[in-house]
Design a protein around this ligand. Structure first.
Ligand code: SF4
Length: 300
């Protein structure tokens, strides 16, 4: 469903989107980098920015909270997880490219429908906006989160996000968010060369979310030697420690996907990364390994 977008201004022939750091300048009939926001004329002939994925659901499942991953937020519970389509980063290794960068089949669910669904799932602690990038589903996420907090205030709202969002929309959304898992993918060169984005705004999101009392956990996919050099890992660890040393960092093993054909990250590299980060942060978790592989690098 198409609705008018929040956070834009018109300058001449362009609608300028201010939701994320790309700041797309969009001409009539075109869309931004995320593919889900575009400029059209309204019935009076005025240029406006619209979001096209409002209420469009591509994926819905009841997941363990640990799968988000969030390990220190209501462990052992389940959460209704929902996603749409579109993303504002272009990570070459995208694991959800079929919904991030393609046009999946969707079913319309209004925010009211989603709240009813959560109410019906008494075994769910709330809703997680995940699978595709929730910040480019902004208006639907905000409306649903506000409605949920109004009618079912004990239910939780979770975002699993790349954190690539501007400060003003972020601060408008965070009062309705209980927990976030935010990717911190590498250094700024990594963001520029592999994700078509930039790093400082993601760091800003982590900092603001923590300051505003949101439970934050961070995820880093370790891709071979590309982002596992000591300098990158120490910078990530120190950055998190300086914000809040209690933040859990999840590192996980990369496997080839989408446009990246590098071989799977060696187990040894995951082990080295873990031990480097563990010298800085008390809570580092490792994902995408079998128990046997995990035991080969960590004493458990
Ligand atoms: S949200 Fe989409 S349209 Fe808006 S600036 Fe970001 S990529 Fe561009």
């Amino acid at each position: 469903m198409k609705i008018e977008a929040l956070f834009y201004q018109i300058e001449g022939d362009f609608a300028i989107c201010m939701l994320c750091p790309h700041g797309c300048h969009i001409k009539e009939g075109n869309r931004g980098v995320c593919r889900v926001r575009g400029a059209l004329r309204d019935e009076s002939g005025n240029l406006r920015l619209y979001t096209f994925n409002y209420g469009e659901v591509s994926s819905l499942a009841l997941d363990p909270i640990e799968k988000k991953p969030l390990v220190n937020f209501f462990p052992g519970t389940f959460i209704l997880s929902v996603g749409s389509y579109g993303c504002n980063l272009k990570c070459l290794f995208c694991q959800n490219y079929h919904i991030a960068h393609e046009d999946p089949h969707t079913v319309f669910m209004s925010p009211e429908d989603m709240v009813k669904k959560i109410q019906a799932h008494t075994d769910s602690i709330g809703i997680a906006f995940t699978y595709n990038e929730p910040t480019v589903w902004y208006e639907c996420v905000l409306d649903t989160a506000m409605l949920l907090k109004k009618h079912l205030p004990d239910k939780k709202v979770v975002l699993v996000t790349n954190g690539y969002i501007n400060e003003t929309p972020l601060k408008k959304l965070l009062p309705y968010i209980d927990a976030m898992n935010i990717d911190l993918k590498g250094d700024d060169n990594f963001y520029r060369n592999i994700c078509s984005g930039t790093m400082p705004e993601v760091m800003q999101t982590i900092k603001i979310a923590d300051e505003m009392g949101v439970h934050v956990e961070v995820s880093t996919l370790i891709i071979g030697k590309i982002n596992s050099d000591d300098e990158t890992l120490i910078d990530i660890g120190e950055f998190i420690k300086n914000i809040n040393p209690d933040i859990t960092l999840h590192i996980s093993r990369y496997f080839p996907c989408y446009k990246m054909s590098e071989p799977p990250t060696e187990i040894e590299t995951i082990g080295k990364s873990y031990h480097t980060l563990k010298k800085i942060l008390p809570d580092v978790r490792v994902g995408n390994l079998t128990l046997e592989e995990l035991r080969s690098i960590i004493e458990i």
